[in-house]
Write a protein that binds this ligand. Structure first.
Ligand code: IPD
Length: 267
């Protein structure tokens, strides 16, 4: 039977190497950047160097396997049959740019489009979040479990905003509507780590539209293996076609309904 755990070891080792590079580049120079979809959507030289390193190391250790990366793309949008590596060389690039230490290198292996192994490395702390399908989720080897909360009004919701201003306005309207229904909201700026935070019970839920596959491929598996209810883009029309949602099971239905009532599905 297929055992995904060796793939976690590979993702972890390469993620650590890329994380060390990213840290060296941050320490050694002013961070230079270009823009992508909008003037606020940035890519740094470190994003590109990190992806290059991951691609080189994967092609040495796993020759011939396709790679989808945020900066260089990949075959069929990453949903080809068989095994594909899905890489975000720096998730949380805006945090990285500003020196906020909440960013990651995220590497996942997907089989027929579904994540089977993943590692989310925090370069600034060296912490590593991991999961293999059917084998649980871990932070530095310690098992992770979602929160046991059952009360929506006492739950902490992680959230995200798109880069396009019109969509951001609608997302802000939903944020305002949700603000009276939950304990509080957080916009931390790195989707992979938001998902890991749900896995660890540091957030009770997380919801965002418009993520790339590289943003959720490892973190979504980690949240799900820690016991979260996870909805990935394309799986939940009520929340919106490109919604990513993860929640502790005790509040998942209530959070889902509150988001829909707050207009989340229409943003
Ligand atoms: C971004 C972060 C952010 C999310 C954006 C993503 P990037 O990823 O995960 O939290 O709100 O939608 O694009 O661009 O830093 O890899």
């Amino acid at each position: 039977m297929f055992d995904p755990r060796p793939l976690v070891d590979i993702a972890t080792a390469i993620g650590r190497e890329a994380g060390a590079l990213v840290q060296r580049m941050r320490a050694s120079a002013v961070v230079s950047f270009d823009t992508k979809s909008t003037s606020t959507d940035v890519v740094t030289a470190a994003d590109r160097a990190s992806e290059q390193l991951v691609r080189t190391r994967l092609s040495e250790l796993r020759p011939g396997e396709p790679i989808l990366g945020e900066e260089e793309g990949g075959p069929d949008g990453g949903i080809a049959e068989g095994l594909t590596w899905v890489v975000d060389p720096i998730d949380g690039t805006v945090n990285y740019l500003y020196g906020i230490p909440w960013y990651s290198v995220s590497i996942a292996a997907q089989l027929d489009g579904e994540s089977v192994a993943g590692a989310v490395v925090e370069p600034s702390t060296g912490r590593v979040w991991t999961a293999a399908r059917g084998h649980g989720a871990f932070l530095d080897g310690t098992p992770l479990h979602v929160s046991a909360t059952t009360d929506l009004s006492l739950s902490l919701l992680g959230y995200g905003f798109a880069y396009r201003p019109e969509r951001r306005q609608r997302q802000a309207d939903t944020w305002a509507a949700m603000s009276t229904r939950v304990r509080d909201l957080r916009r931390a700026g790195a989707a992979s780590l938001d998902l890991c935070s749900v896995a660890a019970g540091r957030l009770d839920a997380y919801a965002e539209h418009g993520l790339g596959r590289w943003d959720w491929a490892a973190g979504g598996l980690i949240a799900s293996e820690a016991g979260a209810v996870v909805r990935l883009p394309g799986s939940s029309p009520e929340l919106g076609e490109d919604a990513t949602f993860a929640a502790a099971p005790g509040i998942a239905d209530a959070m889902h309904d509150a988001l829909v009532e707050s207009g989340f599905g229409k943003v």
